[in-house]
Design a protein around this ligand. Structure first.
Ligand code: HEC
Length: 143
């Protein structure tokens, strides 16, 4: 049995030790791991403009990116790899609601310049090291 004093030292010492470990790991994540895994050094002006277009047009109202957003339309984290630049630009520049599979996308009719910026943004997201996210669908479910 610990005495009251020993229990206090044990509690405070443990709290201090694990708080320091927590802060150390958080610092390492913020300053080293996250910038490395997200290739933060490759965030160009085009990527930033593309992200702004993504945010200001409520793309997340229908799509998910990195798992966040709505589930009406396809997940787009790896869309650059899955569909390629030309397909993405065709979707974004379309003057009619894009809907080959039935559900409709807003017809944004983006300019080629804006579409290129969004493609750059998707390309940057595609290159992130996400520890295998999103998981690949099982073979049986692939079209
Ligand atoms: C009203 C809902 C809605 C909004 C808002 C929306 N989309 Fe879509 N989007 C869709 C749907 C639905 C599809 C799939 C259409 C199909 O294939 O039939 C789609 C398809 C796509 C695709 C092709 C993905 C694939 O796997 O086929 C891309 C890229 C895309 N959208 C990007 C965007 C971007 C960028 C924005 C914002 C500027 C946006 N979407 C806003 C509904 C939406």
């Amino acid at each position: 049995m610990l005495s009251k004093k020993q229990a206090k030292v044990f509690f405070l010492g443990g709290t201090l030790l694990f708080s320091l470990i927590f802060l150390g790991l958080s610092y390492e994540s913020i300053t080293a791991s996250i910038p490395k895994k997200t290739n933060a050094d490759q965030i160009s002006d085009a990527v930033i403009r593309g992200k702004h277009i993504w945010d200001s047009n409520n793309c997340m109202g229908c799509h998910t990116l990195l798992g966040e957003g709505a589930y009406y339309a396809p997940e787009l984290t790896k869309v650059y790899e899955r569909k390629g630049e030309t397909y993405i630009k065709t979707v974004l520049m379309s003057e009619k609601p894009w809907a080959p599979r039935g559900r409709q996308m807003v017809a944004y009719g983006l300019s080629e310049e804006d579409a290129n910026d969004v493609v750059e943004f998707f390309k940057w997201v595609n290159e992130m090291d996400l520890n295998g996210f999103p998981p690949k669908p099982s073979e049986a479910l692939q079209p």
